[in-house]
Design a protein around this ligand. Structure first.
Ligand SMILES: C[S@@+](CC[C@H](N)C(=O)[O-])C[C@H]1O[C@@H](n2cnc3c(N)ncnc32)[C@H](O)[C@@H]1O
Length: 195
């Protein structure tokens, strides 16, 4: 999407080469492969030079190293005035039932409100310029439904091993919790410029 909409050279980072190969294939089909280079690398060991990048775009991924660590460590790669766009799981109310609080505290203790995330951006030298919450269809239609439709084939492929069953059960638990408690959390998308 970025390559289609921007006149930019993009470096796509993931530490799983197979995912990058799939991206290259799709970029080729979309006619934008010449604008995308791939880099198999951990996001906490990025090789970019200081002030090399105009923008950093990270959807559903900064949690792998934690929002605060990502925001603080990636800042030096951005030019002054450069843009950070990062999505992060976010409490969207000030109060929530203990069941969902306990679940996410165990899964991702950095989960917090937008106010707290914006405070982190400000602490590390960014000026927040936008924030919005991903709507329900992003969770259900774009993520959970396609994943659920593959559970059966996944279990078959792994001969319903204990490990495969545990993965499916954990995902199903997250889906059930989302359907019961979606009024209390979502993905927040944070847009900020480097001061
Ligand atoms: C939930 S996916 C999101 C992928 C993509 N941004 C999207 O929106 O579809 C998280 C991705 O982070 C990658 N990942 C996990 N830990 C990583 C790390 N330390 N460095 C780089 N990539 C990592 C995973 O391989 C996975 O592709």
């Amino acid at each position: 999407m970025l390559a289609k909409h921007l006149n930019a050279q993009i470096t796509a980072v993931d530490f799983i080469q197979e995912f990058l190969d799939d991206l290259t294939l799709r970029a080729d089909q979309a006619g934008v492969a010449d604008r995308i280079a791939t880099l198999a690398c951990s996001m906490d060991e990025l090789p970019f030079a200081d002030e090399e990048l105009d923008a950093i775009w990270s959807e559903g991924a900064i949690y792998n190293i934690g929002f605060e660590k990502g925001v603080s460590e990636w800042r030096r790669f951005l030019k002054s005035g450069g843009l950070l766009v990062a999505s992060e799981i976010t409490w969207i109310t000030d109060y929530r039932p203990s069941e969902i609080q306990e679940h996410w505290d165990a899964e991702y203790p950095e989960i917090d409100t937008a106010a707290a995330k914006i405070k982190i951006l400000e602490k590390y030298g960014y000026s927040p310029i936008g924030y919005f919450v991903l709507p329900e269809n992003c969770w259900v239609e774009e993520y959970y439904a396609p994943m659920q439709s593959r559970f059966e084939e996944f279990l078959f492929r792994h001969k319903s091993s204990g490990e495969a069953m545990a993965i499916v059960q954990a995902e199903q638990k997250e889906i059930d919790l989302y359907s019961r408690f979606k009024a209390y959390y979502s993905y927040g998308v944070y847009i900020a410029t480097k001061i």
